[in-house]
Ligand binder design. Sequence first.
Ligand code: SF4
Length: 396
Amino acid sequence: MILEKNNDIDFDIDDPAIARDRNITIKVNGHRFRLFFEITTACFGNCNGCSLSSLSRKDSGTAMSIENIKNALDYFVPIINSKKHLRTTILNFGTGDYFLIDDKFLTELFTVINDFFSKIHTVRNGITIPTSLFLSHDKMRPKLELISSFFKKTQVAVEGVIDADKLEHHYDRYMSNYEMISSYLPLFDVALNISSTLTDRQGELFVKFLNEANILNFDLQYAINNTNDYRVKIGRERFEQFFENVYKNIPNYLIDLSVSLPTASHEDDTSIFDEINKNALEIVRERLIIDPNGYIYPLAFGFGDILLTQKYNFPPIGHISKPFDEEEAQKIIADYLKKIFVKNKVCHTCEFNKQCYGTGYAFYNKFNKTTSECENVGTFFFKKLKDGTITIPVAS
Ligand code: SF4
């Protein structure tokens, strides 16, 4: 079938089966290319588990000028066009609330994006934008109209973030805002921002919300928030119990966007370093972050996983002023991961080490200093994979 570019692809938007097509973290066999930009950190929400500091959330400025965004996008046009096998290009925007950006900037941004989409060969091109789900309808409506005037419904995925700690008191507010947004843009994902005060009740309410709102994709933002240095840690056991309860009660078509699953090829004879090299290559070919100064970094997961940048002493893997060297970029990422592995002795004997270092989780490993136990949320899924409770989805 030949698809007309950006055309509404032939699917029922409310069909659970499309959750799989929309999933941004499943293995896509290199058919999708993602670029992540962090243009705003401003947010009206105040989630306890947020990866942003309160200072960043109050910063209402935009981190990148339209010109810089345009330059970065232009840089990737020939790169994308040289990859003939690509079918989809996604621009992920993080990490603040994009409904707080003023209309003039958004209008220019969307114009530049559509210009970019018109220059690349991929047939399906879309954007993802996060919002706190805490703004008033009056504030959101004009933005939704603006977005809808630039993009087709199937081109925009909104990620609404729910603070687990506020879910009980603000359930109706979250639901009403979800309904409001999805009446314009039905590709809606919901992220639960988890903090150390995690309770079973929050899990129950979240499941209720997913069911009542008929959500197709969700995201438990914990792995991602391992970038939050000042949060209080949650023990692995506590966290896995929470996951277990949520997973037991959600419809089976739901896909967790925060899951980064390893590729199927964890044969016994592959070494951990082979897995690391494979993961590094996959990142370089599929998902990158461009910072406000034009430096290119790897994207470990998908939505909202920022700050593998200067904060983590991660060296850039390129700059938009120079040709992108995939081989060199792969080497930098792999070397970084190998250093993490060498340092963390517990990983050497961990039964999940290949899966962990073959996915985005290893970037954010945190260890409890007293017990030497890692906090890696990935282990929940690795166990499930091992016992066959879940299987690796592969996009067609
Ligand atoms: S799950 Fe934990 S111990 Fe195992 S490899 Fe990952 S970080 Fe290391």
